[in-house]
Ligand binder design. Sequence first.
Ligand code: CO
Length: 216
Amino acid sequence: MDKYQQIFENNRRWVEEKTATDKEFFEHLATGQEPEFLYIGCSDSRVTAEELMGVEPGDVFVHRNIANVISNTDLNAMSVIEYAVFHLKVKHIVVCGHYFCGGVKAAMQSVDLGILNPWLRNIRDVYRLHKAELNAIEDEDLRYKRLVELNVEEQCINVTKTAVVQKMYLATGYPIVHGWVFDVQTGKLIDLNIDFDEKLHDIQEIYNLGTNLTKE
Ligand code: CO
């Protein structure tokens, strides 16, 4: 059986497994979704959002693109955030980067990559913002890993810049924005422990997008 056909065989087995423990598994799924998480990650085939988190269908709203970038002119990403926060009322938004990210690696090189240039420029901007710290790291692999982490942090800030996240958080205490890195080499998920409340208050001086947004 070739890999293409194998997928349908896998799916048949998966349906069997799911319904063996819960007959109404799919009927229940069809009634709607109430995920508590929005996961924003890289499209990389090795970083399988649900599998690495050990979650089930219905648990996580997912958005993936090259190098987990959140750009304010990206209608797709902005719509995902708006829908997840305002309509689904997710409690946590996770930006998950990963070591050995091809997108981040490409952004560290002086190469013209055509249509990928404007996309990867978002990561070059992260490099520029943190140039002093990154240039001080002599080992290239360590500098690359650090850029992966800093990219996650900056994309968390980009999520926090949106009006819907600011308004909902200050009104309800949710969603909380988290930064993670998945280590492809060990399979481990690393929480960067970003202090979301502090980050929000840091950026409010410039990016405040609502009224009465000062929280004591
Ligand atoms: Co990647």
